[in-house]
Design a protein around this ligand. Structure first.
Ligand code: 3PG
Length: 311
């Protein structure tokens, strides 16, 4: 067996950096498009449980077709794989539906400002539930994250408690998803792309009965007619776009997770939020007060300090 020493030549390092750069840019672009169409859909059709289910259904279907047509190789999985995936899928489902409920109630930018506080949740969960300790600078970096998110929340013009809590629950759920999926992805031979495909399918199974119970076909049918009357046939394309782009951005992020450290990933995720916050404010003409923007900037600066401190 060759030695486990990975000596990269400068050319390989440069090529690797370029590849990560392209992956990140693709991830952010897909995510911006998802967020815009998702909000356009939710404005006309305020049923986040159905739209989150459709996103998962669309991704699952895309992957089943890719496997059946051999565009992608289907993974070889066993019962153990699905058992390990189950808690990841529960956390993914909760995080996804909670973020979508949040975005149905508040501006996209507000949801993402609160979601930029995810590192704080990660540290608190690791500290209090897993007993992990961190160097002092890591704890100190939480002050601007929590303070900045708090300032942005209290100065948010269209504050809504469900919107705020949805983003907070999403943060908590995604911390657990990352903890569980770190265990699940380690040591199995399923690629990042297929891992996310299986995650979508299992999440879809988990979410569907809850979506029916929370909203249900009658409400959806009436809402759909209403949205079609308001927007016209383009509405169906918006739903398709939000669903397809949801799958694609997650797929790209899981594919790049295969090659980068969780830390690099979380820096990429924060930068992704900056692109979403800025583009959604421009597109939806979201009113922003200077002190509100200051809160967001402090929170985001905090997440960068956090990544430096963790390094
Ligand atoms: C979702 O619907 O799952 C959220 O928008 C996810 O947000 P994130 O992938 O940016 O954390």
């Amino acid at each position: 067996r060759p030695l486990d020493i990975n000596i990269e030549l400068p050319d390989e390092q440069a090529a690797q950096k370029i590849k990560i750069g392209i992956d990140f840019a693709t991830w952010w672009a897909l995510n911006v498009v998802f967020n815009i169409y998702n909000k356009k859909v939710l404005n006309a059709f305020p049923y986040p449980w159905l739209t989150s289910t459709l996103s998962l259904a669309c991704g699952s279907l895309m992957m089943l077709i890719s496997w059946a047509s051999r565009v992608a190789d289907a993974p070889k999985t066993d019962f153990e794989f699905w058992k390990t995936l189950f808690p990841v899928a529960v956390a993914h489902t909760i995080g996804h539906v909670a973020a979508t409920v949040s975005m149905s109630k508040v501006a996209v930018s507000f949801t993402h400002i609160i979601k930029s506080g995810e590192p704080a949740f990660s540290v608190l969960v690791s500290r209090f539930l897993l007993g992990e300790t961190f160097p002092l600078p890591v704890y100190l970096s939480l002050a601007p994250i929590i303070g900045g998110c708090g300032l942005a929340a209290v100065t948010e013009l269209n504050f809504n408690m469900t919107g705020f809590m949805g983003a907070m629950i999403s943060n908590l759920a995604f911390v657990f998803r990352n903890i569980f999926s770190k265990k699940g992805m380690k040591g199995n031979s399923v690629s990042g792309m297929n891992y996310y495909a299986c995650l979508s399918m299992l999440s879809l199974l988990i979410l569907t009965p809850f979506a029916i119970a929370m909203e249900g076909p009658q409400v959806w049918a009436a809402g759909w007619q209403n949205a079609l009357a308001q927007i016209g046939p383009n509405f169906a394309w918006w739903v398709a776009a939000q669903s397809i782009f949801y799958h694609l951005y997650n797929q790209v992020s899981y594919m790049s997770l295969d090659q980068i450290s969780p830390l690099t990933f979380s820096i990429g995720n924060t930068m992704k939020r900056i692109s979403v916050i800025i583009s959604s404010i421009i597109i939806f003409h979201t009113p922003v007060q200077p002190v509100n923007a200051l809160g967001a900037a402090i929170a985001i600066l905090g997440t960068f300090l956090y990544s430096q401190a963790k390094q």
